[in-house]
Design a protein around this ligand. Structure first.
Ligand code: NAI
Ligand code: MG
Length: 386
């Protein structure tokens, strides 16, 4: 599912790398994204859902989404006035297949000029290695979509059974917006289980639950309670409990202290971007969305439309290639994934072939003349190391 914009650029690059390690697979194209919203009124056509249901593994590039007025204006003329609504195909995919476990590794490659550095006690610059893996509950919490502006009377009445709603007694409905933060115990357990299992397999000595149970007592409280309970099953692994606000400070101060971090949908989304910024940003941020049956692997970045038509392309394919490595891990071909990660590490450390982001250049058509490698050249260099 290449999707839109640079999704169409980076996905074929990842497949070239998968071919280079002789990953034995057939690739079936899946339609997704803005083109299908415009032409069919549906950015995730049923035929793509059927493909995922049948084949169970998805590699996904990126999609474009636009605000409501633009979405309606760009619909094909014959679809206008049919009351169609744009829903993010990613969110839909996550909900349809219950892709509730999102894994976002943020691992620094030595020699990457985009890595986090600071001054050590002697004034010399030090580069602490970052090796954090964020486990994000991917379907619930503040992104559950249960929300209203001007809530219906029954909802308002139900809310008003809570004494704290007294504070809003005089607020007119039209001036009241409510987004529900819903956690279910089973989903908390599933994301915690995934985190602990990963920690055990990969030899991490701690799992950090990152929520805010001292204030958000019910939802964050449930995640922590389940975490404490589960930790008893993993004697070698300590449970750390860090509040989201403190976490943002600690990760930008001592990122090397963290390993496996687990949290609800929004907090873990925020933390994973925080860590990604320390290891190279969007050109390096990969992710897996894993459900009971289906799994989809995608870079964190979007479709970067301003780079879509640049010839040659300048975007960094590494985030997509690392996402493909996560797919290899998932299907038991982790050796191939490790080989690719080693090849990437080699290219980054050598520093001869650098996409514009690694080269510290502004993105644009002039980046190549200024010494940036093209997307294809970065992939070629990785394949050469393989
Ligand atoms: P974006 O991630 O597409 O791009 C932001 C900036 O990050 C780019 O302008 C570029 O400077 C840099 N960048 C992104 N990917 C890069 C790569 N592989 N190599 C080097 N630099 C890279 O986010 P933006 O501009 O906010 O959104 C553009 C479109 O993408 C929107 O329509 C948005 O809705 C959509 N989007 C889709 C996502 C997805 O498909 N998962 C996630 C985020 C945004
Ligand atoms: Mg995000």
């Amino acid at each position: 599912m290449p999707g839109d914009g640079i999704g169409k650029v980076v996905l074929p690059e990842a497949i070239r790398v998968l071919d280079a390690v002789d990953f034995d697979a057939d690739y079936v194209h899946g339609d997704i994204g803005w083109d299908f919203w415009m032409s069919e009124g549906n950015p995730l056509p049923d035929r793509t859902i059927d493909l995922l249901r049948e084949h169970k593994l998805g590699l996904f590039g990126a999609i474009t989404s636009k605000p409501k007025p633009a979405a309606l204006a760009e619909l094909a003329p014959e679809l206008q006035g049919q009351d169609l609504t744009y829903y993010s195909p990613i969110v839909r995919m996550r909900q349809l297949f219950n892709l509730d476990i999102c894994i976002r590794p943020c691992v620094s490659f030595p020699g990457n000029p985009l890595n986090f550095v600071r001054r050590g006690p002697t004034g010399a610059i030090v580069e602490p290695p970052v090796n954090a893996v964020i486990f994000r509950q991917n379907t619930e919490g503040l992104y559950s979509g249960v929300e209203w502006t001007n809530p219906p009377a029954a909802v308002r009445a139900a809310l008003e059974t809570h004494p704290k709603m007294q504070a809003y007694a005089d607020v007119p409905g039209a001036d009241l917006a409510v987004s529900c933060r819903i956690f279910s115990r089973n989903a908390c357990r599933r994301i915690l289980r995934a985190a602990f299992e990963y920690a055990q397999k990969q030899g991490f000595r701690s799992v950090t639950v990152c929520e805010k149970p001292n204030v958000i007592r019910e939802t964050s409280g449930m995640m922590l309670e389940e975490g404490l309970q589960m930790a008893r099953e993993y004697p070698g692994i300590e449970l750390w409990d860090t509040n989201i606000d403190a976490m943002m400070m600690w990760l930008s101060k001592n990122p090397q202290d963290y390993g496996v971090v687990v949290g609800g949908n929004m907090f873990a989304d925020i933390i994973s971007d925080g860590f990604a910024g320390l290891v190279g940003g969007l050109g390096f941020a990969c992710s897996a969305n894993i459900g009971p049956e289906v799994a989809v692997f995608e870079p964190t970045h979007g479709s970067a439309p301003k780079y879509e038509t640049l010839e040659p392309s300048i975007v960094n394919p590494i985030a997509m290639i690392l996402s493909a490595c996560m797919m290899l891990d998932h299907v038991g071909e982790g050796d191939k994934g490790d080989r690719i990660r080693k090849a990437i590490a080699h290219v980054v450390a050598e520093g001869k072939v650098r996409s514009y982001d690694m080269a510290g250049l502004r993105g644009g058509p002039e980046a190549i003349a200024q010494g940036a490698a093209s997307t294809e050249e970065v992939t070629d260099a990785i394949i050469a190391k393989l």
